[in-house]
Write a protein of this length. Sequence first.
Length: 237
Amino acid sequence: MLSKQGLCSRTEAARWIHDGRVEVDGRIVRDPEFPIRSDGAQRILVDGRAIDAAPRLYLMLNKPRGLVTSTQDERGRDTVYRCFDGAGLPWLAPVGRLDKASEGLLLFSNDPAWAAGITDPDTGPLKTYHVQIDTVPDARVLTALVDGVDVGGERLRAASVRLLRSGERNAWLEIVLDEGRNRQIRRLLAAVDIAVLRLVRVAIGELVLGELPKGQWRLLELAEAKALFSNVHVQDS
């Protein structure tokens, strides 16, 4: 419930509860699985204060290469939250992921229902990437990427692929995905003996990265958040 209200992550909520900071109807509860009614009839306090749902925020970041998409990293690597240092933002969770070596458009929100809709593999928006590769592919290879390749018993494919530009030794592709599997583009290209030199997500649905500088972020307008996934209810703040 604390997480759904946009106050913190599930992990942080569990920590608060274990630390005895959360009361339900006048008594401290230390069980994160303690049942909470959805009608709001129970009085929940954190550090003695009644909880109120945090205003819903929707944010886009131009993720730099080399940052981990995580709130914390057990290996001590810099995370995407470094980009928010000093901003005074409330708790926000990444909506989807980009691996450490990837760049570009990454969403954040404290609205779990909206985030679930954006990341839903069946109904979420298309994701568009510009990918620099170590070869100049022919039409046969581009067709194979759309038709799909079996990788470790998993069928990987792109919704569409087109050649953006090419030089003597490498090229840039535009790859559109309609699902989000772990390192999907890198594994798909490796299956046809192509290595990724650079991978940048440039759009999610109709929301484009545009000229947002590397490492910078901006809040989405409510209309932009709604347009990303029309079937997800977005609350007015």
